[in-house]
Design a protein around this ligand. Structure first.
Ligand code: GTP
Ligand code: MG
Length: 296
């Protein structure tokens, strides 16, 4: 809870301006200020309008803060708990996203989580665009203490992914977490590489990758949704990881994910360390927005 509260301190501090300590007091709430703050936090316009309408028309005895909390929670829907499937032999997960969104760090954090649960993960560094792309993940694999397969700069990313799956099968590693090179959603040739990677893994291990998660940088706000839609068209996404929630004042775009993408938010990055990845919990997220303490 402390991590969530401190991660969301920027947005929370803005909200505090409209909800005075005597929260719930109708007269203390300036709806225009709230509207501006929600929009600045990248909460979708449609939802902001709905919130403003509902708050303005609610009976006086209803706590505005509670009503806002309920509206935000219902927009996020239920929490989606993720458990590593153990019947895929191995389960293969592909991570993708634009440059610098946090894919490599997230791959390492996920491997750490899987190791902690007694699994034997394999990290695959298929970022062969950059000289340091694959070696960065290799360093992480040493830190986390797990198997690793990578490729030289310029190597075929699909081939690297194929090799990783093959080696995982040979060594009994499960899950396989495949990191990919950052790519802009607008660059067609690079985007075309993603289905090729999927076909290559499927050739070695039918059904792989079993899941494809997009890693979204929270500081991008609504732009992250535009990117995700493009990726979703090229390779259907089964999950979303939101990184850099710590320090983002644009976390309101999370409220667009369900209505615009209908892909579950599974994990959230709350820092740069290997343990700073937590399952996404809508209640903790929304409560951290209104929390009164922590992480100032
Ligand atoms: N504060 C914070 N920083 C993060 C988080 N996740 C990743 N980062 C930082 O973001 C930067 C980019 O992370 P990478 O994991 O290299 O991102 P990437 O998507 O693999 O980047 P490319 O491979 O270049 O596309 C690094 O400095 C990470 O430490 C997070 O949850 N919080
Ligand atoms: Mg990377």
């Amino acid at each position: 809870m402390v991590a969530w509260a401190s991660a969301l301190s920027k947005t929370r501090n803005m909200l505090k301006q409209v909800f005075s300590p005597s929260v719930g007091d109708v007269d203390e709430l300036n709806i225009e200020d709230l509207e501006e703050i929600l929009l600045r936090s990248d909460v979708p316009v449609r939802l902001v309008m709905e919130i403003v309408d509902q708050l303005a028309s609610a009976p006086r005895k209803v706590s505005r803060k509670e009503l806002l909390r309920d509206l935000l929670l219902s927009e996020l829907g239920e929490a989606h708990s993720f458990f590593w499937p153990t019947n895929k032999n191995p389960f293969v997960l592909l991570l993708l996203g634009v440059n610098g969104s946090g894919k490599t760090t997230t791959a390492a954090k996920l491997a750490k989580l899987a190791s902690g649960q007694g699994l034997k993960p394999m990290l695959c560094g298929s970022d062969t665009f950059r000289a340091a792309g694959s070696s960065q993940l290799k360093l992480w694999s040493e830190k986390v203490g797990c198997n690793f397969v990578g490729g030289e700069m310029g190597a075929d990313a699909a081939g690297v992914a194929y090799n990783a799956v093959e080696e995982a099968i040979a060594n009994g590693c499960d899950p396989v977490i495949v990191d990919s090179a950052g790519r802009m959603h607008t660059k067609t040739p690079l985007m075309d590489e993603l289905p090729k990677m999927c076909r290559s893994m499927d050739k070695r291990h039918a059904g792989a990758p079993h899941e494809v998660w997009m890693v979204l940088d929270a500081s991008l706000g609504q732009n992250a949704i535009i990117q995700a839609k493009q990726f979703h068209q090229v390779v259907p996404l089964s999950g979303i990881v939101i990184t850099k929630l710590d320090g983002s004042s644009k976390a309101g775009f999370l409220f667009s994910v369900r209505s615009e993408l209908n892909v579950p938010i599974l994990f959230t990055g709350l820092g740069e360390g290997e343990d700073d990845l937590v399952p996404f919990d809508p209640i903790e997220f929304v409560d951290a927005l209104f929390g009164e303490s922590g992480g100032e």
